[in-house]
Structure formats: structure tokens, C-alpha cells
Design a protein around this ligand. Structure first.
Ligand code: C2E
Ligand code: MG
Ligand code: MG
Length: 518
């Protein structure tokens, strides 16, 4: 129950207690005084006839007894009401936001469904706040409550008094707008809602930011029961989250097919992780001279029984969403380190998902793998993306420092595609900048791309970081990068990702290993 409701219930009752008390005292005191004067004149003139003395005394005593009884009763009632102040609220109201609660929302939903028989259409919207969990985790539940209450107020402000607006629980809201206008109009309404919610919310002097993802469904004829319509709208919401949050998407029948496919794919991926169908391919990394092999990047491949090799772009996201990334990532890390341990002098780069980094025990995992495979920590490079730093900078800083303390290097992958600010680059313990391949591939497009790439390389060098370019496909790219001061290069020009055996053979590493063993 919210503190403000408790407070208002308490003060309402306090006012009653004191009003009744004062009224009774105002009656009882004069009556008692008059009686006393009648019985005990104390030398004064009798103000009241003695015949009235008896009844007056009885009235005074009765008034005092009633006063006392009422005061005691109200005191008890006060305690009870403070316990159950929610009953003072109209039934069906969410006490944090003052919007409808889930039960009231479902009643309104049923009414909207009944209205379909009279050709009254409606639009159902489901909203989920973006980054709310981060606010709750890093600023506490009080801040979370303030944000939810403020979002509730803003929704009401944007939508006006009519639509049914509810908080279904947590950071999930729902809106029913009667009459389903065109999708474009609904999208305009969604844009207004998003813009309003995106404005900073001040909590204890700090400006906090949340966004909102919206899924909506326009219902103009009976086409499923309440749960089915909720599920479809939820599917649209999921698509909005998937598209990168902060957007609104209408339900589309294709989405249902996606769900079935996704479930199937998820089951298969789970099996692949368990049975080790996920393999590690290696791509060489060369020094800027273009001749010296200095290391390799481990890239996951899924050797599907009948679909063949599946690229990470198709399954890493799903692995992250389902939590399978922990097992998958550990497996890649372990295999990569084991292979690299055989080839002294080369470093191995392993991609780490932000989901893995968020696990408090990730450092322990890295430490255990290093111990088990015998790889020197300085030969392991963990590639993180800018989103690691953006999600929760403070936690990420602690996690990265912990990993760096092991002697492991950190590279910032796909640099230039995210939103990291320069201050993050200075603040975070990063050893390498891996310039995104799009910058290199854009080189073919003209002078402007060359200027940008030049700036990015210089930026990395100025910060004292090693700069590596990926996506180096032509000799021309390599020449430009070498002249620009890039330290390392990776790309199809030097070799595509290949199996460990092929990598070993191509780069004459088997011989190196044999020499090592001898
Ligand atoms: P990334 O880390 O940026 O990896 C480089 C990607 O660029 C690889 O794609 C690689 O095959 C491709 N590439 C390399 N050279 C060239 C080139 O010259 N031209 C072009 N056009 N592409 C080139 P891949 O293997 O499909 O991996 C895609 C992404 O999937 C990786 O991008 C990485 O973010 C992610 N990934 C791969 N393996 C893992 C893994 O084990 N764990 C995690 N968390 N992510 C992984
Ligand atoms: Mg990478
Ligand atoms: Mg990359």
C-alpha cells in the first residue's frame, strides 16, 4: 500500500476523532458545569432551578460516557483503517498510479468485447517500460515507484479522461481506446505517449529516463476471446521490444508464425548447446605489415544436422534471450583458450555478450577456464560491445576491472556503431579499439568515409589504445589502414573464419606445435 494513501486515511480519521471529541466536550462541559453550580452553589446565586439538577446531572454523565465511548471506538477504528486503507479507495484502482488495476481492466475489456456485437470497435494497447529494471536495480524501489506513478500521470494526461488505462503489474500498462481508428492514427497516439514518457523524471534531484515499447491490436469484430487477444497484442509488444525498444508495432498474423518457428529453433539450439553442435571457427588477425600473424578471433558456428552451418547472426540473439548464451559462451571460451594454449605467441579474441558480462560470476568463469587450459591471461582478449558500458556503466566498470586484474585484455568490438561517449572510452579499462567493418567497407564509397576512418584511428591512438580494423577485404583497404596508423588488421584479405584444423594447416601451426612438443 502506498505511503500517501496511508497518510490520507490516517489524517481523515484523525479529523473525525477530534471533531467528535470537541463537539461532545463542548456539550458535556457546560452541562456538567451548570449541574455542579446547581448542586454546589459555593456561595453564588443558583443559576439553575434545583428541580433541574437531577436530570442535568444525568445528561452530563450520559454525554461524558457517550463521548468517552465514541472516542475509544474511533481510536480502534482508526487503527483498523490504517491497516486496511485500500478499502477507502474505489475498488479496482491501482494504488501506486491511481489507474485501473488488472481486475478492473479485464472488466473493461469484457465490456469492450461485448460492444463488438453493436459494431463498437476498439484498440487494445500493451505498454512496457524500457530500462525500468535498471532504474529499480540502481536507484532502488522508491525511485521505481516514483517513476511508475509519474508514467501513470503522463499516460492519463496524453490520453485524456476517457480511455481505460490500467497498470497490469510491474512496469506493464494497458490502454483500451474505444473506436479503432486507422493504424496511422494509433501510431500517432503511440508517438505522443512515447515522447511524453521519454521526458526525464526527477527523483531525489536526479533525472531518470525511461522509454516505452508498445504493441497494439485493433479489434473491430469478434475474433477470439480475451486471452487470445491479449496474447496477440503481447506478441506485437514483444516485436516492438525486439526491434530495439522505444517503438510501437501493430499485431500482424505473420507474428504468430514467428512464434512457432522461434519455439522450434529454441528447442534445437538448446539441444545443440547440450550436445556440442556449436563449433568454434578461427579468423586470423595480422599485424599492420600484413604479413605477421599475431592472433585470431574465435567465432561460433552452429553445425546443424540438416541445415548445415548456421551463422552467429542467426542464433546469438536467441541464445541471449533464452539465457543459453551462458553455456554457449563458456563453451566457446573454453575451446578457444584450449586451442590458443597450443600456439605460443598468438593471442585469441573471444566475443562476450553483454548478458554474460552481467553475471556476477563471469570473472570466476574466466579465471577457471584460464587455470584449466593453461593459457597465459595476457594472450586472451575479450571482445565486448559498447552496449556493455551503456547498460549499467558502474556495474560494467567493476566487472571489467575485475577481468583486467586477471591480466586479460579487453577490446571494444564494432566500435563506432554504438553510442558510447568519449568519456566512457577514457574511464573504462580498454586495451583495444576494434573499428567496425562498416567503416572499412565504406572506404570504397569515397573521401568522406576515408576521413571518418582516419579520425577513428587517430582517436584510438590518442587514447593510447591499440587499434584494429576488421572487414579488410582488399589490398587497397590494407594500404590505407597501414598508412593511417592502424596496428592490426582482420578480414577476408587475410583469411576467412575456418575450422581449427584448417587454421592450423593454413598458418603452419601444426609444425609449431610439434616443435613445441619435441
Ligand atoms: P564480430 O565479432 O564483429 O565478428 C566479425 C564478423 O565479421 C564475423 O562474422 C566475421 O566472419 C565477419 N568478417 C570478418 N572479416 C570480414 C570481411 O572481410 N568482410 C566481411 N563482410 N565480414 C567479415 P560472424 O562470424 O558471422 O559473426 C558475427 C557476429 O556474431 C560477431 O561479430 C560477433 O558479434 C557475434 N559472435 C560470433 N561468435 C560469437 C560468440 O562466440 N559469442 C558471442 N557473444 N558473439 C559471437
Ligand atoms: Mg568480435
Ligand atoms: Mg566486430
Amino acid at each position: 500500500m502506498s505511503a500517501s494513501i496511508k497518510r490520507s486515511a490516517y489524517s481523515a480519521l484523525s479529523r473525525h476523532v477530534w471533531a467528535v471529541g470537541a463537539a461532545i466536550v463542548l456539550i458535556a462541559v457546560p452541562v456538567a458545569a451548570a449541574t455542579a453550580l446547581t448542586w454546589f452553589p459555593m456561595g453564588l446565586a443558583r443559576p439553575v432551578d434545583a428541580a433541574w439538577a437531577g436530570p442535568l446531572l444525568i445528561s452530563a454523565l450520559a454525554a461524558a460516557a457517550i463521548a468517552l465511548g465514541l472516542l475509544v471506538r474511533l481510536r480502534f477504528a482508526q487503527a483498523e483503517v490504517i491497516q486496511g486503507a485500500r478499502f477507502l479507495l474505489p475498488v479496482g484502482i491501482d494504488d501506486l498510479t491511481g489507474l485501473s488495476n488488472r481486475a478492473a481492466f479485464y472488466r473493461a475489456f469484457e465490456r469492450a468485447l461485448d460492444g463488438l456485437a453493436e459494431r463498437r470497435s476498439f484498440t487494445l494497447m500493451l505498454l512496457d517500460l524500457d530500462y525500468f529494471k535498471e532504474i529499480n536495480d540502481s536507484h532502488g524501489h522508491h525511485a521505481g515507484d516514483v517513476v511508475l506513478a509519474q508514467v501513470g500521470r503522463r499516460l492519463r494526461q496524453v490520453c485524456g479522461p476517457e480511455p481505460e488505462i490500467a497498470r497490469l503489474g510491474g512496469d506493464e500498462f494497458a490502454i483500451i481506446i474505444s473506436s479503432s481508428s486507422q493504424a496511422a492514427h494509433v501510431l500517432t497516439a503511440c508517438a505522443l505517449i512515447s515522447a511524453e514518457i521519454a521526458k526525464p523524471i526527477t527523483v531525489d534531484g536526479k533525472n531518470l529516463n525511461v522509454g516505452v515499447s508498445i504493441g497494439f491490436l485493433q479489434v473491430d469484430r469478434p475474433s477470439g476471446d480475451r486471452d487470445e487477444l491479449m496474447r496477440r497484442t503481447d506478441r506485437a509488444l514483444y516485436a516492438a521490444k525486439e526491434r530495439g525498444r522505444g517503438c510501437a508495432i501493430a499485431f500482424d498474423v505473420e507474428m504468430d508464425k514467428d512464434v512457432a518457428q522461434r519455439r522450434f529453433f529454441e528447442r534445437e539450439l538448446r539441444g545443440a548447446v547440450l550436445t556440442g553442435e556449436i563449433d568454434v571457427h578461427l579468423q586470423p588477425i595480422f599485424a599492420s605489415d600484413g604479413e605477421t600473424l599475431v592472433g585470431m578471433e574465435a567465432l561460433a558456428r552452429w553445425n546443424h544436422s540438416y541445415r548445415g552451418a548456421i551463422m552467429p547472426g542467426e542464433f546469438i540473439r536467441l541464445a541471449e534471450e533464452t539465457g543459453l548464451i551462458h553455456q554457449l559462451g563458456n563453451m566457446v571460451l573454453q575451446r578457444a583458450c584450449r586451442v590458443a594454449a597450443r600456439w605460443p605467441g598468438l593471442f585469441i579474441s573471444v566475443n562476450v555478450s553483454p548478458v554474460q558480462m552481467r553475471r556476477p560470476d563471469f570473472r570466476d568463469v574466466v579465471m577457471a577456464v584460464l587455470a584449466e587450459t593453461g593459457l597465459e591471461p595476457g594472450r586472451l582478449v575479450l571482445e565486448i560491445t559498447e552496449s556493455v558500458m551503456m547498460d549499467d556503466p558502474e556495474k560494467a566498470l567493476v566487472a571489467l576491472r575485475g577481468i583486467r586484474d586477471l591480466g586479460v585484455q579487453i577490446a571494444l568490438d564494432d566500435f563506432g556503431t554504438g553510442f558510447s561517449s568519449l568519456s566512457y572510452l577514457r574511464k573504462f579499462p580498454i586495451d583495444k579499439l576494434k573499428v567496425d567493418r562498416s567503416f572499412v567497407l565504406d572506404l570504397d564509397k569515397g573521401v568522406e568515409a576515408a576521413t571518418i576512418l582516419h579520425c577513428v584511428i587517430n582517436l584510438g591512438r590518442a587514447l593510447g589504445l591499440r587499434v584494429i580494423a576488421e572487414g579488410v577485404e582488399t589490398a587497397e583497404h590494407a594500404r590505407f589502414l597501414r598508412a593511417g596508423g592502424c596496428h592490426e588488421m582482420q578480414g577476408y584479405l587475410f583469411g576467412r573464419p575456418v575450422s581449427v584444423a584448417e587454421f592450423e594447416a593454413t598458418h603452419g601451426l601444426a609444425a609449431a606445435r610439434e616443435r613445441e612438443v619435441a
